[in-house]
Ligand binder design. Structure first.
Ligand SMILES: CC(=O)SCCNC(=O)CCNC(=O)[C@H](O)C(C)(C)COP(=O)(O)OP(=O)(O)OC[C@H]1O[C@@H](n2cnc3c(N)ncnc32)[C@H](O)[C@@H]1OP(=O)(O)O
Ligand SMILES: CC(C)C(=O)C(=O)O
Length: 566
């Protein structure tokens, strides 16, 4: 059988009962380095053009990255030209240090330095693989052999830098495939490189520990980071960096636990583009910090720009469920989620602040922080409920409904959703509301009325279509019902009545909602008007008109599927 788990071995797990990292809490952002233009680029079907790289570089700068790996200049002419363009066209802000990657090969290191001529500051990142597989099968060498490649590479990097003192150099070394390297081997190689560069004597040095391939659970990675830090010489003078991939889907978790284990810096890409399943996603990790009230020291508020840019240059679409960025991640279709979101949003005291923090069920952050709108938080289909329908009416139409009417109207929406099998958007909900509640039945428009109160009684005279209605009652509503009952000889009672003043963005000032009952039948109707009394009268008259129309249709065997009887 091809599908046979016995082909695989578990990754080694370190016995480390003295581990400290589980007790740590992340309280500040790490130093970030965006590697989209190098690791992201090298994984693409079509590597980026110089123009595309410039567009992405500018987006990264807007996000606030201070360290950006801009390429592998010895790899290809476009990579080289891009680095030259950045330097010659003075596109690198003072706040930003560019970083470039090279293998530990002298001719590639020489070409790398050539690309950096004239840069005010730069990080030269040299790597060689130290893993057992690569030692044995790729380099066909032993530990001493990979250590010698690393040391020679480190020396070569330092020698070139010494020839260009006009540039402020930082050196970075990666024991590539660190996760496949025995820890004592990784420490031996890393310490040999540190010995060459001497960070304690003032040379800025970054030691980057890559999960080139993610092979174990994030806790195992964190153990290995903590172990390396313990065994690293000149640790106080070294910036420990992490570069995780997402092969097991835990790239972000591994980086987070690695930071708890003592790492200072994290490399990754926007939205996680990169080799195979991708690099650690900077958006997710930074937003995870943000959602805990920690300043991520990046500005990701223009998420639309980030997504558009990344999609344009990578030709990879963003998954609708992508953490913080996907189209659907702030959207609830299910009724109980919608109801909770709506209630929490209504209770959330504005403005949200440290004193009154964000506290909304199902929404770990305020969607507006990333340029999203509350309107899109709730979308309606057959899984939705009355709370969701009400949210849409409140947000899109600017009206609210009493509970009894929410229940009645949401049944109409549910029926439409079941019939369509898909989403019922806000304009369709508004249309359904008009159709089932707000539209005045033909011939039942109130064109004029007079109301007089005398001796505790209200007398109403109203022009309804071609009818002249006269009625008496304790109040306006009962007077109208009285008049209508006399006119048509049909008795009905008002079961519910509510009236609301409307929000500023609606044309009318009042919304009246009514439910009348005749025997087993209930009818709902609403009316909007600037005059609150007119809204009340029209709502009752409309309900009455629907009742009469239905009765007539039933009598003539012409049922109208669109009526609002519930
Ligand atoms: C985990 C990572 O993402 S690391 C970054 C990987 N990124 C890339 O490879 C993209 C850019 N790379 C390239 O364009 C090319 O590989 C180049 C231009 C750098 C080199 O190209 P070439 O020399 O033609 O070929 P190739 O990459 O296959 O070279 C492999 C040789 O370099 C050696 N090598 C590989 N990596 C390293 C390294 N980091 N340091 C020293 N030697 C190395 C290999 O052992 C092999 O040696 P051999 O020729 O004796 O067999
Ligand atoms: C060069 C290193 C950092 C790398 O990209 C990796 O190991 O994934």
């Amino acid at each position: 059988m091809a599908f046979d788990h016995r082909k695989y071995r578990p990754a080694p797990v370190l016995a480390r009962p003295q581990r400290q990292w589980p007790n740590q809490v992340i309280t500040q952002a790490p130093r970030w380095c965006a590697v989209d233009l190098r690791d992201g680029n090298q994984a693409l079907v079509k590597p980026m053009t110089v123009a595309q790289k410039i567009r992405l570089f500018e987006c990264l700068v807007r996000c606030g990255f201070r360290e950006i790996e801009v390429g592998f200049p010895a790899a290809s002419q476009p990579d080289f030209d891009f680095v030259r363009a950045l330097i010659e066209q003075q596109r690198i802000p003072d706040t930003v240090t560019i970083q470039v990657l090279t293998q530990a090969r002298p001719e590639l290191i020489a070409r790398t330095y050539e690309s950096l001529r004239g840069a005010p500051k730069a990080i030269v990142h040299v790597y060689n693989s130290t893993s057992k597989i690569q030692r044995e099968q790729v380099f066909q060498t032993d530990v001493a052999g990979v250590k010698a490649i690393a040391v020679a590479g480190a020396q070569c990097v330092a020698e070139h830098a010494a020839q260009h003192p006009e540039t402020q150099w930082t050196f970075q070394y990666s024991p590539e495939s660190f996760t496949g390297t025995e820890l004592p081997v990784a420490a031996e190689v890393v310490n040999a490189v540190i010995e060459v560069w001497q960070p304690a004597q003032g040379q800025p040095v970054i030691i980057n520990l890559p999960a080139t391939v993610e092979i174990s659970t994030p806790n195992v990675f964190a153990d290995s980071v903590e172990w390396m830090i313990e065994h690293m010489t000149q640790r106080a003078h070294v910036c420990v960096s992490l570069h995780t991939h997402n092969d097991r889907g835990c790239g972000v978790a591994a980086a987070e636990l690695g930071v708890m284990a003592g790492a200072d810096r994290v490399e990754g890409t926007l939205l996680g583009n990169g080799e195979r399943t991708g690099n650690m996603d900077l958006v997710t990790m930074a937003m995870n910090l943000y959602s805990q009230g920690i300043d991520p020291e990046l500005d990701l508020s223009d998420m639309r720009d980030i997504i558009e840019t990344v999609e344009a240059v990578t030709e990879i679409t963003t998954h609708p469920r992508h953490a913080y960025a996907g189209e659907l991640v702030f959207t609830a279709f299910s009724g109980s989620h919608q109801d909770a979101i709506r209630k929490c949003l209504n209770r959330q005291r504005a403005p949200v602040s440290a004193a009154s923090p964000w506290d909304v069920a199902y929404l770990p952050i305020d969607p507006r922080d990333l340029g999203r709108r509350y309107e899109e938080v709730v979308r309606i289909n057959s899984q939705s409920g009355k709370g969701g329908v009400l949210h849409v009416l409140e947000q899109h139409v600017g009206i609210t409904l009493p509970r009894w009417m929410q229940i009645a109207f949401s049944k109409r929406v549910q029926a439409a959703a079941e019939a369509s099998g898909g989403e019922i958007d806000a304009s369709r909900i508004a249309h359904l509301f008009d159709e089932h509640c707000l539209n005045v039945p033909t011939g039942w428009q109130v064109s004029d009325y007079q109301a007089h109160r005398r001796d505790g009684q209200v007398r109403i005279e109203a022009e309804v279509g071609t009818r002249h209605i006269v009625g008496m009652g304790d109040g306006v509503i009962s007077a109208v019902i009285n008049g209508l009952s006399q006119y048509a000889g049909v008795a009905a009672s008002v079961e519910h009545f509510d009236e609301f003043s409307l929000s500023d963005n609606t044309a009318a000032e009042a919304l009246a909602c009514v439910q009348i009952r005749q025997g087993e039948r209930t009818i709902i109707a609403s009316a909007m008007a600037n005059d609150t009394t007119l809204a009340s009268i029209q709502a009752v008259v409309s309900a009455w008109g629907r009742l009469i129309t239905e009765t007539t249709q039933a009598a003539t065997h012409e049922p109208n599927a669109e009526h609002c009887s519930v």
